[in-house]
Design a protein around this ligand. Structure first.
Ligand code: FES
Length: 139
């Protein structure tokens, strides 16, 4: 399997790994296909993501996508983080092997889950549509 240099770089030296003890939003999601799990922590100040950390029991692609996704949302307004798609994340990594695309969805889902947790905890109203995952569904 061929990984881009960027994927290898983020996999071997992932950014923003860890935990935020006093996080304002925490999201945990699992990948139904492989059983891998990701946990995302957000620190939010005045609607801006001031810090973000993640932990995953996931494969190289899941780690690389989370690493770059957390870089992309750090310092951004929550509304921008919600717009981050796994497609944009994969593009930022110069692509992923087709069989690993499903792994990249974890990062987007975990970010959305953490934002939703933040909204819920703070009584902020939101539109369900903002939280629809760009996941392929198999029946
Ligand atoms: Fe599970 Fe990639 S194989 S996230």
């Amino acid at each position: 399997m061929e990984y881009s240099e960027k994927v290898m770089e983020h996999f071997t030296h992932p950014h923003n790994v860890g935990k935020i003890d006093d996080a304002d939003g925490v999201g945990e999601v699992g990948n139904a296909k492989c059983g891998d799990i990701m946990k995302m922590y957000l620190k939010i100040d005045n609607g801006i993501i001031t810090d973000v950390k993640f932990n995953t029991y996931g494969c190289a692609s899941a780690i690389a996508t989370s690493s770059i996704a957390t870089d992309m949302i750090k310092g951004q307004p929550v509304s921008e983080a919600l717009k981050l798609t796994n497609k944009a994340v994969v593009e930022a990594l110069d692509g992923l092997p087709a069989v690993k695309i499903h792994c990249s969805v974890l990062a987007e889902q975990a970010i959305k889950a953490a934002v939703r947790d933040y909204y819920d905890k703070n009584g902020i109203e939101y539109d369900e549509a903002e939280f629809h995952f760009n996941e392929e569904h198999h029946h």
